[in-house]
Ligand binder design. Structure first.
Ligand SMILES: [Zn+2]
Length: 422
């Protein structure tokens, strides 16, 4: 999760590897939108050094330098005072790809991401009546197919899991057969077993897991509404509610790595027993479960899909409308309590929370302001719905892979081939 400091480079070869990683990291962080001149300035590099490094990265199929908009004859903003215009280092068409999985207890989604953070959902599958173990086998089968498709371009797999993690294992998942499971280890093993002699060589990159809500927050800090925010609170509402406090863009994950279980705080004033072992938990009233329960629906199938349907039907259906209002109030009240506790600059909202606030902004905001301490109300932290949509959690999972890759060691393992499969 925390970006690794590779330490001081001591030889010229190490210095070059260090600078290549820094430059590629800057291309990644800038989403492939910065010109070479802008990157050079940002990294305080000599122009000649940057030119050589860009050529090196391009030669290794890590980037492709595209013409900058200022090179276009149609562009009237050509105001070059000195030097020649520079290109825009972007993702190479045969460059590195991170695979990402958003694992939920009722379904999973698989996506791929290129160096500049552009992602696409590749597969979605609901869990059938079988066990969580069987679903992990399905995930591994999909990953194997995608690994074959992208070949040696795959630099690793990031997995977002619906459980607090400690030491890489799921310490309190909702499915009993996932208890204490090292999900990254299991998926790594299953995909390795499925590799065939005619396919790409075994996965050389790591399989890395993180909590889904923490990764949703990380994604917002890197690519979304929390970019550049010094102290942010992010809340991710899926079947449960999780979140993370981000300071300087870095998740604060606690002594065991399992902080942010805000859904299991008694923030909405209920008193029912929760599956977690506590009572009156916030997610009983403000999560997808709360919404379905309030609408009088059962919890069969993909609960997020069902919850989204309830929100969509609220305009016409009185039961759905009442359920939405109830959940919006519980959500706003809990956010207010958390803001009182954490004092963030802004609050990011993703998953179902973004949909609830879009459908019932006044109900959320009224409950939020009412729960805030009086001195906070005139400058209440803004509630910012995610703009990353379905890709949020997946983006966070891919960032785990790129964090490992964008280091001298990670880049050292990258082997370009003359022609990689697209
Ligand atoms: Zn609970």
């Amino acid at each position: 999760m925390v970006r690794r400091d590779e330490g001081a480079a001591t030889t010229s070869a190490e210095l070059r590897a260090h600078n290549l990683a820094r430059l590629l990291r800057a291309v990644h962080d800038g989403a492939g939108q910065l010109t070479r001149a802008e990157l050079t300035r940002q990294l305080a590099m000599a122009r000649g050094t940057a030119t050589v490094l860009v050529r090196d990265l391009a030669g290794r199929q890590l980037i492709e330098e595209l013409p900058s908009p200022a090179d276009s004859p149609a562009d009237v903003r050509v105001q070059r005072t000195r030097g020649r215009p520079t290109g825009v280092p972007s993702a190479h068409p045969y460059g590195p790809v991170a695979l990402a999985v958003d694992l939920r207890d009722d379904s999973f989604t698989l996506a791929c991401f290129e160096l500049t953070g552009r992602g696409a959902v590749l597969d979605r599958q609901e869990r059938d009546t079988r066990s969580g173990t069987a679903m992990l086998a399905d995930v591994a089968a999909r990953l194997t197919i995608r690994h074959r498709q992208f070949g040696d371009r795959v630099i690793g797999i990031g997995v977002a899991v619906p459980s607090p993690l400690s030491g890489g294992t799921m310490v309190q998942p909702t499915l009993s057969d996932w208890q204490d499971l090292d999900v990254a280890g299991v998926l790594g093993l299953l995909t390795a077993q499925a590799a065939v002699p005619t396919g790409p060589t075994g996965l050389t990159g790591p399989v890395l897991a993180g909590n889904d809500a923490t990764l949703a927050g990380l994604a917002e800090a890197r690519r979304g509404v929390l970019r550049g925010v010094s102290a942010a609170l992010h809340l991710h509402v899926a079947t449960g509610i999780g979140g993370v406090l981000l300071v300087g863009g870095q998740p604060v994950t606690g002594a065991r790595g399992s902080a942010g279980e805000f859904g299991h705080m008694p923030l909405a004033g209920g008193s029912e027993p929760c599956r977690c072992g506590s009572t009156g938990c916030w997610e009983l009233d403000a999560g997808a479960r709360g919404l379905l329960r309030a609408a009088g629906l059962s919890e069969q199938g993909d609960r997020m899909v069902q919850a989204t349907r309830v929100i969509a039907a609220a305009a016409d259906d009185p039961d759905c409308s009442r359920a939405l209002a109830q959940v919006a109030g519980a959500l706003g009240r809990g956010i207010g309590a958390l803001v009182n506790a954490q004092d963030p600059e802004v609050v990011g909202l993703s998953g179902l929370a973004a949909e609830v606030i879009a459908a019932a902004p006044d109900a959320v905001r009224t409950a939020y302001l009412a729960a805030l301490m009086r001195f906070r109300r005139p400058q209440a932290p803004a509630l910012l719905p995610s703009t990353l949509g379905d890709l949020g959690t997946l983006t966070g999972a891919s960032e785990l892979v790129f964090d490992a890759f964008l280091t001298p060691r990670g880049l050292g393992a990258w082997q370009p081939t003359a022609r990689k499969t697209a």
